[in-house]
Design a protein around this ligand. Structure first.
Ligand SMILES: [Zn+2]
Length: 405
């Protein structure tokens, strides 16, 4: 009985995962499965796939060197160097590419993937399954920030990324490599950076670390439910594309955690699956940072369900601050009622000192940038739920299914 239920849920989760990873690409031009298939097939014979467009930058001799380097690490590392642009088979999103390639290599339980980036040509992205055990995301990200790779070609950059993954100290390396950089000096798509200011303190990295930890914890847990531990990490600049990738990685991690969860010891597994499905839909339809933050909030809700305890939601004022540290009363400007909201320590300190907390903004009907929670609840599910402070995000979504977020 329990084996059957588990099988059904595993299949369901796999379907959801497949839908999640292929839908945006299908929307692009329907070519992703075949493009992903071609890359995955190539990776079965060599751990390094290089698109023709990069054949000059990474000629066959360098490809063989990279393959040797990878073999020496003894790790299941694979490299995909291919141009990514909006509207292509992967909609220019390395997270989509990684998810599809992963799908096609399901027989490999462990996989470390290093890919090119859709936005920044001198930047690589790292993905690892089933969990970020080798700190792959940070290790690969760090490669692009090292002084020695500043003017390096793609082949050298990739070699450095492989070495950093093998070293296994990616988070430390990333922090070292980026600590002197002011947030605005990070590579960016240029143009308007209005969205950067609410993101300056984004612990997106922390969220990923949390996801990985929650994942490990939910797997190692036998009986005693553990509340996912929320931590703050070094401030890190992020842009919307980066946030999207992180949100995708988080949602995928939740999907894998639900797949790995034991039905008999996870009473709220259905809740976790529902939150996972909703997070996938929100990601697919995300129109900006507030929606991407919503996907993170849903992933957080799903992890809480898996852990058997909801814990505190993400910070009310700005969910990108990470998990809340405490609940506190707060009276919105012009309101007589006090709201009970969950806030991170920084925001709690700001309130106590009567400073304005740093808030996540959204755009109102007149195109003005306002705190997201000032939008009418009828217009924004995030204003209505406070990303979990006022109502569980899933409940907010379900109560308005069919209506616009
Ligand atoms: Zn906060």
């Amino acid at each position: 009985m329990s084996t059957d239920v588990r099988r059904v849920i595993t299949v369901l989760a796999a379907l959801l995962l497949a839908a999640l990873t292929t839908t945006p690409a299908r929307a692009a031009d329907g070519d992703a499965p075949s493009a992903g298939q071609r890359i995955a097939e190539a990776l079965r014979t060599s751990p390094v796939y290089v698109d023709e467009a990069y054949a000059d930058a990474v000629p066959p001799s360098r490809q063989r060197q990279l393959a040797d380097r990878i073999r020496r690490t003894g790790l299941p590392i694979k490299v995909v160097l291919t141009p990514l642009t909006k509207g292509d088979a992967f909609d220019g999103d390395s997270g989509v590419l990684a998810g599809i390639v992963r799908d096609r290599l399901q027989d490999q339980r462990e996989l470390i993937l290093i890919t090119t980036d859709g936005e920044f040509p001198d930047y690589l992205n790292g993905y690892e399954w089933p969990a970020d055990t080798h700190q792959t995301r940070d290790a690969v990200a760090a490669a692009g920030f090292l002084d020695e790779t500043r003017d390096a070609g793609l082949a050298d950059l990739t070699a450095e990324a492989v070495d950093l993954v093998a070293e296994g100290k990616g988070t430390q390396r990333y922090e070292e490599a980026t600590k002197d950089d002011a947030p605005v000096s990070k590579p960016g798509p240029g143009g308007s950076r209005w969205w950067l200011w609410p993101l300056v303190a984004v612990p997106a990295l922390a969220l990923t670390v949390i996801a990985a930890r929650a994942l490990v914890r939910s797997r190692s847990r036998k009986t005693a439910p553990a509340v996912p531990q929320l931590v703050f990490a070094t401030a890190r600049a992020a842009d919307e594309a980066e946030l999207r990738r992180r949100a995708e990685a988080e949602v995928l991690a939740l999907g894998e955690a639900t797949q790995a969860a034991d039905v008999s010891t996870t009473p709220d597994l259905q809740h976790a699956l529902d939150a996972y499905a909703a997070a996938g839909r929100v990601l697919d339809e995300a129109r900006g940072v507030p929606d991407l933050a919503g996907a993170l909030a849903l992933a957080q809700e799903g992890r809480g369900a898996l852990a058997g305890s909801p814990g505190l939601p993400l910070c009310f004022f700005n969910p990108l601050h990470g998990g809340a540290a405490l609940r506190t009363g707060w009276r919105p400007l012009g309101s007589r009622d006090r709201l009970d909201v969950a806030v991170c320590q920084d925001c709690a300190d700001a309130l106590r000192a009567r400073r304005a907390p740093e808030v996540l903004t959204d755009t109102d009907e007149d195109g003005r940038t306002v705190p997201y929670f000032e939008l009418p609840a009828g217009r924004s599910v995030w204003a209505a739920t406070g990303y979990g402070s006022l109502m569980p995000p899933l409940e907010g979504i379900n109560s308005r299914s069919g209506r616009a977020r």
